[in-house]
Write a protein that binds this ligand. Structure first.
Ligand code: HEC
Ligand code: HEC
Ligand code: HEC
Ligand code: HEC
Ligand code: HEC
Length: 223
């Protein structure tokens, strides 16, 4: 998308605000903030303390998301893995790789690794992982194909309009939760799941059968 609000807009808004006095300034800033595209957050990829690769660990080794993000279906917050989780393998594998030095240090000292949080919903809006994952919303709908990302970045804007675009049409996104074959990963975690199922057929059926009705009123998300 083209840059609709170049930097100079900030200054123009501030100048216009000054001309209107304090109340005007606040209103103008509010409008400016509201109009600034949230797309700017897409692609956010901060430097992490360890070069951790999702494409290697998930895409190639085939680890389930829940091996590391073990609370994602049980709680509102999706946890980061503990150092112990990494050491389940790395006590043996790549013991001398310098890229794993911060992991070994953390294990030795007991000081957790300080992962940098990428996705952020402000405190005035309510978000809960388990309420989504247990109702058939796949990680991929909100985080993109993490299994193919070398280093994770923000894939979706996660603005209010983005939340609402799904809440108004959940049938375009919801998927079966359970795997249809024993030993096969659940379709909401298995990101390459296509299995010939058509979203427009399965989505409507799930929304109907499970009575899926995400909130679209203000108080639903601003509690
Ligand atoms: C072997 C452990 C491991 C597995 C398996 C794993 N992750 Fe992660 N994940 C991490 C670690 C460590 C971080 C923090 C560092 C980073 O951002 O890369 C992370 C970060 C993330 C983030 C960014 C969170 C934020 O800060 O906003 C998302 C999204 C994510 N993982 C999704 C997934 C998904 C989806 C899967 C399954 C397809 C998955 N992860 C599987 C270890 C794992
Ligand atoms: C299920 C086992 C397993 C777990 C759990 C695991 N890893 Fe790995 N990791 C591997 C394997 C296998 C390799 C690749 C070895 C190779 O390339 O030969 C690897 C490679 C790495 C590398 C080296 C990458 C490179 O190119 O030099 C880093 C760094 C790493 N893992 C970090 C982590 C972190 C951080 C965690 C915990 C969040 C973690 N791993 C959890 C199995 C695991
Ligand atoms: C409905 C959209 C949605 C789905 C589905 C979803 N996430 Fe998230 N995820 C978010 C949002 C929004 C945030 C930021 C939450 C916050 O700041 O409170 C986030 C944050 C995270 C974080 C950082 C820690 C946290 O909770 O803030 C991790 C890790 C993560 N997600 C992993 C996953 C994994 C793994 C899956 C699939 C099992 C998944 N997410 C499914 C929207 C989603
Ligand atoms: C891809 C689809 C999708 C996206 C994106 C999405 N949601 Fe939802 N949301 C759902 C579905 C499906 C439900 C479950 C409705 C039900 O159980 O009937 C739900 C339920 C909820 C609920 C009610 C459940 C509870 O815990 O009270 C809240 C609140 C909510 N979502 C907030 C958000 C927020 C905030 C965002 C954006 C940051 C968001 N959602 C993004 C699909 C989505
Ligand atoms: C589906 C959940 C959801 C619903 C429903 C919802 N909001 Fe929001 N709202 C959010 C989220 C998430 C944010 C934070 C967006 C961001 O960080 O970009 C937000 C941000 C806002 C903001 C801050 C301005 C901005 O864009 O950053 C205002 C004001 C607001 N909402 C008002 C409302 C009003 C009024 C309603 C009812 C008409 C409403 N919201 C309904 C999720 C929701």
């Amino acid at each position: 998308m083209a840059n609709l609000f170049p930097k100079a807009t900030n200054i123009i808004v501030l100048k216009a605000g000054a001309a209107l006095g304090l109340v005007g300034t606040l209103a103008a800033l509010g409008v400016w903030y509201y109009l600034t595209p949230k797309y700017s957050r897409v692609g956010y990829q901060p430097q992490q303390p360890v070069y951790f690769q999702h494409d290697l660990h998930v895409g190639q080794l085939g680890l389930d998301c829940r091996y590391c993000h073990s609370y994602v279906e049980k709680s509102g917050f999706s946890n980061y893995p503990t150092t112990q989780t990494c050491m389940n393998c790395h006590a043996q594998i790549q013991k001398d790789n310098p890229r794993l030095a911060p992991v070994r240090d953390s294990w030795a000292t007991g000081k957790p690794i300080e992962w940098v949080k990428i996705h952020n919903v402000p405190d005035y809006a309510y978000f809960n992982h388990s309420a989504h994952v247990n109702r058939g919303v796949s990680c991929v709908s909100c985080h993109g194909h993490v299994n193919e990302m070398n280093v994770v970045f923000q894939d979706q804007s996660q603005s209010m309009g983005w939340c609402l675009s799904c809440h108004r049409h959940p049938e375009n996104y919801v998927r079966p939760i359970a795997a249809d074959k024993p030993g096969v990963q659940s379709p909401i975690y298995n990101l390459n799941w296509t299995a010939g199922v058509k979203q427009d057929e399965i989505g409507k059926k799930l929304v109907h059968d499970w009575k899926i009705d995400p909130p679209t009123d203000c108080a639903g998300c601003h509690r």
